[in-house]
Design a protein around this ligand. Structure first.
Ligand code: PEP
Length: 244
């Protein structure tokens, strides 16, 4: 089974009820590949009603099922709200909330137990790239953040260089290819079905650069922030992926 193509949108802390009109527009399209939108938690249940074939996901979950964790949300709650996926270990969570690889892995275990597909993010900072540490960082984050229960059915990995997120800057095609080849080799060596785990690139993917990025070996789709907020932009990215 080859990895499935996936266009995933991360709305981050953006979106009010009126934003569901963007979802209506996406749901009305002939998308030609799997599409996932991860709105803020407040919109998950209403989003499901607007999503049609589009999958809806959360942007984080707690490692525990329930308890005294004010402001947090469990994997079971996301599932109950209608989510099928959850993004974990996004660099903004790692930076803003000090999330470690071990915490990301524990969250992924909880998400898999709740029946969610995890989109686990890895990627180097600019300082790490400048220091020549990119491949070591990716390998180490994969080893620490992806739990042993990961399979091609319950896990997608997103390579997101921190310095490319929201900046309009992207790595060269060779740099993306190098990172994705490392991820494919690492996952294939560790998991029986590692060759089938979907690998996404994320970081300033736009309608204008999507087709070129989707041509790179082992890039099975994208995790998109800013350009996922408007159906017209995200639709163009979806079309580029469907054609790749
Ligand atoms: C992201 O936050 O996952 C992301 C890739 O953002 P952007 O597309 O805006 O760079």
């Amino acid at each position: 089974m080859a990895p499935k193509k996936l266009a995933a949108g991360n709305w981050k802390m953006n979106g009010l009820t009126a934003s569901l009109a963007e979802l209506d527009a996406l749901a009305a399209r002939d998308n030609g590949c799997d599409v996932l939108i991860c709105p803020p938690a407040t919109l998950i249940t209403p989003a499901v009603a607007h999503a049609g074939e589009i999958a809806i996901g959360g942007q984080d979950c707690h490692a525990k099922d329930s308890g005294a964790h004010t402001g947090d949300i469990s994997a079971a709650m996301l599932k109950d709200a209608g989510a099928s996926h959850v993004i974990l270990g996004h660099s903004e969570r790692r930076a803003d909330h000090g999330e470690t690889d071990a915490q990301v892995s524990a969250k992924a275990v909880a998400a898999h137990q709740a029946g969610l597909v995890t989109v686990i993010c890895v990627g180097e900072t600019e300082a790490q790239r400048d220091a020549g540490e990119t491949l070591d960082v990716i390998a180490s984050q994969l080893a620490g953040s992806v739990p042993d229960c990961a399979t091609a059915a319950n896990t997608v990995i997103a390579y997101e260089p921190v310095w490319a997120i929201g900046t309009g800057r992207t790595p060269t095609n060779d740099q993306i290819a190098e990172a994705h080849a490392l991820m494919r080799d690492t996952l294939s060596a560790r998991f029986g079905d590692g060759a089938d785990v979907g690998l996404l690139y994320g970081g300033s993917v736009k309608p204008g650069n999507a087709a070129e990025i989707f041509d790179i070996a082992h890039v099975n789709g994208a995790l998109v922030g800013g350009a996922s907020l408007k159906a017209s932009d995200f639709g163009a990215i979806i079309d580029a992926l469907a054609k790749a």
